[in-house]
Ligand binder design. Structure first.
Ligand SMILES: [Mn+2]
Length: 286
């Protein structure tokens, strides 16, 4: 072969109709309030994914067993969040209609609120995130990334969201979350890994799960290239332990958000590896 192909996730060339997992980039970062640039993340995560070995030695698993199609990016409508929201819904709906699991590359965390709207209302939304993101609105914008958990909860129900690793919230959103019965696990409780793993396993068993990973869940020492870094967080090894506890879930959708590649060249590598780990563990568990 003389020519290299355009970057696809993991160098995959599968058609959507044959895929179990469909990767879609959503280069949307219009509401990022501190360090912007996550619109560059889908390309950076794809580039990193090309360099990951097909055989995962630690999992004893051939990643080529994962039938992945790369659909490309949703064409973001800059200036119209409403139009972008409509396009994300359409893209995710199309993948679900084809019986594949959408794997969304953010973009900012807001994309989860767009995507979840086409998932069944009894879906459990499990978010790994440093932030509670439960504001009614932020800077007059109800679709700010600081409001994502609230928008999601309005669709799936307040008792169908679970935020893990939280360490940043304003007093008002904390009170709202408690009053409305939203379950969240502060990062301090996550330091007891075995305890939180058992709690997660119980929460997700047999449930349809939307797994949303905001990369600021990790300690900034491991993931520096994020929009709103928030120490202290957990490490990748800890995350892998928690991932084991999610085996009983039925994965409906996965997203990885808030990577800002220009701030750090490693964070997209971590994001790409993490996606393969999630899919490999689920595939092995089947
Ligand atoms: Mn966050």
């Amino acid at each position: 072969m003389i020519y290299s192909l355009p970057f696809t996730f993991g160098r995959r060339e599968l058609d959507a109709g044959e895929a179990e997992y469909a990767v879609v980039g959503v280069p949307y970062d219009s509401s990022q309030s501190y360090r912007s640039g996550s619109r560059e993340a889908p390309a950076a995560i794809r580039e990193a994914s090309r360099e990951i070995e097909d055989y995962d030695m630690l999992e004893d698993f051939d990643l080529l067993e994962l039938k992945i199609a790369d659909m490309g990016d949703v064409e973001v409508s800059f200036g119209s969040s409403e139009e972008t929201r409509r396009r994300v819904r359409e893209a995710v709906g199309h993948i679900l209609d084809n019986d594949a699991v959408p794997v969304l590359l953010g973009g900012e965390h807001t994309i989860s609120a767009f995507a979840v709207e086409v998932l069944p209302e009894d879906t459990l939304f499990v978010s790994f995130d440093a932030h509670l993101d439960f504001r009614e609105e932020y800077l007059n914008n109800p679709y700010s990334h600081a409001c994502v958990l609230r928008r999601v909860a309005e669709h799936v129900g307040y008792d169908n969201v679970l935020a893990v690793g939280v360490r940043s919230a304003c007093r008002e959103e904390l009170e709202d979350a408690r009053r409305l019965g939203v379950e969240f696990i502060p990062v301090t409780e996550c330091f007891d890994l075995e305890g939180v793993a058992a709690r997660l396993a119980g929460a997700v068993e047999g449930r349809r799960v939307y797994l949303s990973i905001d990369m600021d869940f990790f300690d900034p020492a491991e993931a520096r290239g994020v929009a709103n870094p928030e120490p202290p967080g957990l490490g990748f090894r800890d995350f892998l332990r928690l991932l084991d506890s999610l085996r009983g879930a039925r994965l409906q959708c996965l997203d990885v958000t808030e990577v800002v590649p220009r701030l750090d060249a490693y964070t997209p590598v971590l994001a790409a590896r993490l996606i393969f780990k999630v899919l490999a563990r689920y595939k092995k568990g089947k």
